[in-house]
Design a protein around this ligand. Structure first.
Ligand SMILES: [Zn+2]
Length: 154
């Protein structure tokens, strides 16, 4: 058994798994499929954590409750993928993006936009979650994953 700072690794992992039951990654993906962007509300600092984590991303508190975000925010950054990594051949071209939500945390997703017309002028545009996309994934992602799809609000 591997010891870390006097505690069994197994014990630490079990503890972390318990914290994750507030909102697991599977819950997060299921929410996206129902059109909901789920996160965690911190009882200590009142801020929102997203994607799901065992602790508040702002203050480290473990006192978290499940909450629903608006799905709105602004486009923080993006890129157009024309040469796919292995496993993403069917998706190209596509636009992975990072959205700074109205509630604070930044969320990874796809941008629903014409890849031929996407320029840096899109940065800072208001976006809203409009659906879900499930990708097959590759040998590194351990199976299919679902992410939010954001559309630009004109
Ligand atoms: Zn907090």
């Amino acid at each position: 058994m591997v010891k870390m700072a006097g505690r069994a690794q197994e014990e630490i992992e079990k503890e972390l798994a318990k914290e994750y039951t507030v909102l697991t990654y599977a819950d997060y993906e299921a929410g996206i499929k129902e059109g909901k962007l789920l996160g965690l509300q911190c009882a200590s600092c009142d801020k929102i954590t997203c994607h799901p984590m065992p602790v508040c991303q702002w203050c480290g508190s473990r006192t978290l409750e499940r909450t629903e975000l608006s799905g709105e925010g602004e486009l923080e950054t993006f890129t157009v993928i024309r040469v796919p990594s292995e496993g993403f051949e069917d998706d190209t071209p596509y636009i992975p993006c990072l959205v700074k939500t109205k509630e604070g945390p930044s969320v990874v997703g796809r941008l629903d936009y014409d890849t031929e017309r996407a320029t840096q002028d899109l940065l800072g545009k208001r976006v809203k979650m409009g659906g879900a996309y499930t990708y097959k994934g590759d040998k590194f992602s351990g199976g299919p994953r679902t992410c939010p799809v954001f559309g630009v609000i004109e």
